[in-house]
Write a protein that binds this ligand. Structure first.
Ligand SMILES: [Zn+2]
Length: 316
């Protein structure tokens, strides 16, 4: 039996990772480079193609296809990038066409959160769940929605922005034009901004959401209040998703969820207060299981989802 190995590419704001993923969702080789080295689009294509050749050579496997996951607006059908704020020169370019030509294999492109949602649904914490919402909480809040086994796409293939649901109309202004978006209140930078705005905060070390979580574990009262506030807003946003979609599972990921123990019980409590008319007890709240390379594994899964649907997976 031959193995279907897929070349995977994860394009993010700070790094571009390239790897080989086997047909069971295992990442068997990976490399990465700084996104800065890919600023000019053609340099980027060359860099990615070079990493792809090296990483696939190191496994001794032929790749049957290439999957790409990218932060920011992408058109999964035309394969073109929208306006990426971290790679502005890529706007309108098609890495799908360029790599397909170079490698002679089919290439798929998805938003990275949609790609990770597909991977968790078939190879991770969402196996056996047909309606799941993947939520990643880090420097922003994003996610992907799988309904009845299909990746939910909006009009023209648009990716829904769950981080921009408004949870407090008099909250902080957000880049999207509204105030009090979930992301502006509950992403990592929001935790930091809130702590720094408190009268008892004394400026010293560079504060991060991770550091606030560490301080909370030592009993620091300001950090504990920040965790309570974060828990409340996470709970509200997730309760909204349950009320809107009544999913089987909510799968949480991202850097804030590395401290999930601080938040999960409280999140469940907030959700119980606000999801009385839907079967909340059937919506499992769980952590993502594919780890740091979920986006890379997701990029490969996006390829399978597009080109190789078979009967082994829930959503076929
Ligand atoms: Zn917003």
């Amino acid at each position: 039996m031959t193995m279907t190995a897929i070349g995977a590419i994860d394009i993010g704001g700070t790094k571009i990772a390239v790897g080989i993923v086997d047909e069971n969702g295992r990442l068997i080789s990976r490399m990465e480079a700084s996104s800065k080295a890919a600023e000019a689009y053609h340099d980027g294509v060359e860099l990615i193609a070079d990493m792809m050749r090296k990483t696939s050579r190191s496994t001794g496997l032929e790749i049957a296809g290439i999957g790409i996951g990218a932060t920011g607006p992408v058109d999964p059908f035309t394969g073109r990038f929208g306006d990426l704020d971290f790679l502005p020169l890529w706007s309108g370019e098609s890495l799908v066409d360029d790599l397909a030509q170079d490698f002679g294999v089919p290439v798929a492109l998805e938003n990275d959160a949609d790609a990770a949602a597909l991977a968790e649904a078939s190879w991770g914490a969402g196996r056996s769940k047909s309606r799941l919402i993947y939520v990643t909480i880090g420097t922003g809040i994003g996610g992907g929605i799988i309904l009845d086994g299909q990746l939910y796409r909006g009009v023209d293939g648009a990716h829904p922005e769950i981080g921009h649901q408004v949870v407090d109309t008099v909250g902080p202004p957000c880049s999207c034009g509204l105030n009090g978006c979930w992301e502006s209140l509950a992403a990592g930078p929001a935790m930091v901004r809130w702590v720094e705005s408190q009268p008892e905060y004394s400026a010293g070390e560079q504060l991060t959401a991770k550091r606030i979580c560490e301080l909370a574990l030592t009993g620091d009262t300001l950090a504990l209040r920040a965790v309570d506030r974060e828990t409340f807003y996470l709970g509200i946003g997730l309760a909204n998703l349950v009320n809107l979609f009544t999913p089987d599972a909510l799968i949480l990921s991202g850097s804030i969820m590395k401290s999930a123990d601080l938040f999960l019980d409280g999140i469940r409590k907030v959700m119980r207060q606000g999801c009385r008319f839907v079967p909340l007890e059937k919506a499992e709240l769980t952590l993502a299981s594919l780890g740091e390379d979920a986006n890379l594994i997701g990029a490969a899964r996006a390829w399978h989802y597009r080109f190789a649907r078979d009967s082994k997976h829930v959503y076929q």
